[in-house]
Write a protein that binds this ligand. Structure first.
Ligand code: ATR
Length: 274
């Protein structure tokens, strides 16, 4: 792809941003459709977000993903919020037109597509969600839409109670209270990013019929135990790819095949780990 005077610019805004895999697969999506566009990382500190956001508009950037820690803040600066953004209270996708800026949330759809791949129909499924941060909100919203039965645990109990009021779930004091009777366990916390993070509960309590998902995109201690116990499991890469596929659709009207974006990541990982 040759960049020229007509190249459209897209990107991802976050802090930090250098670990982001979105440029890897979003650029592949543009190449797949031979669209003259480029997708770049924008590292923007919280205190610079407003100026940066106005700058994106002024520069004629066509669209961005918004990631940590700006997903809530962005709502103050866009012209229109879609209904899901209003319900979740966070956006991860912005589209700019000549006239206005529009905020969307595709995290909840990304989660549902990944979760349904692992679990199948979510209706009536008993789910234990670990964590009550920003990612958890989108996940609880998706699970509520699918009429799953959700139990929520969070280290800071108050946050769990607040989210359960909004998204209709049940707070548990300890994961062990429900671990033996749930069908599906989702970790939305950052515990497990590092191998020596203390476990959230005794992972040996998992049993093989249970499905386990972690939104971290690597094999965390939770997922390692799930694999050893014979559970079906999924890391966070599919959720990332599916939310990205949905964002791309919002910007271009085109659905990039999952295989195309997955291969982009696998090729990138092979190239960067050799
Ligand atoms: P995100 O947007 O990725 O969800 P966040 O909003 O900062 O990030 O939320 C982080 C979540 O991980 C919270 O639920 C946090 O628990 P607290 O609300 O008690 O802070 C959880 N978390 C982070 N580190 C954790 C740890 N070591 N053990 C348990 N929970 C942890």
């Amino acid at each position: 792809m040759t960049l020229d005077g007509k190249t459209w610019v897209y990107g991802v805004v976050g802090y930090p941003i250098s670990h982001s895999l979105s440029p890897v697969f979003q650029n592949q999506a543009f190449r797949h459709f031979s669209i003259n566009a480029v997708y770049v990382p924008f590292e923007v500190k919280p205190e610079d977000f407003e100026r940066a956001f106005l700058g994106l508009k002024a520069l004629g950037v066509k669209g961005v993903n918004i990631t940590l820690p700006h997903k809530e803040k962005v709502l103050d600066f866009v012209d229109f919020l879609d209904e899901h953004v209003k319900a979740i209270g966070a956006a991860n996708t912005v589209k700019f037109t000549e006239e206005a800026s529009y905020a969307y949330n595709t995290d909840w759809i990304g989660f549902l597509r990944a979760a349904e791949k692992l679990v199948g129909d979510l209706k009536g499924i008993r789910v234990l969600v670990l964590g009550a941060g920003g990612s958890s909100r989108a996940i609880l919203y998706g699970l509520q839409k699918k009429e799953a039965r959700v139990f929520l645990w969070n280290r800071t109990r108050d946050k769990a109670y607040k989210l359960c009021q909004v998204f209709g779930c049940n707070v548990v004091e300890k994961p062990e209270e429900v671990i033996s009777k749930v069908d599906f366990i989702v970790n939305t916390t950052s515990a497990g990013l590092r191998d020596d993070d203390p476990p959230l509960f005794d992972y040996n309590l998992l049993h093989p019929e249970q499905k386990v998902m972690d939104i971290i995109y690597k094999e965390t201690p939770l997922l390692r135990t799930a694999r050893e116990k014979g559970c079906s499991y999924l890391d966070g890469l599919d959720m990332l790819l599916y939310q990205g596929i949905e964002s791309f659709k919002i910007w271009t009207g085109l659905e990039v095949p999952y295989k195309v974006v997955k291969e982009a990541i696998l090729n990138y990982q092979t190239r960067t780990t050799i």
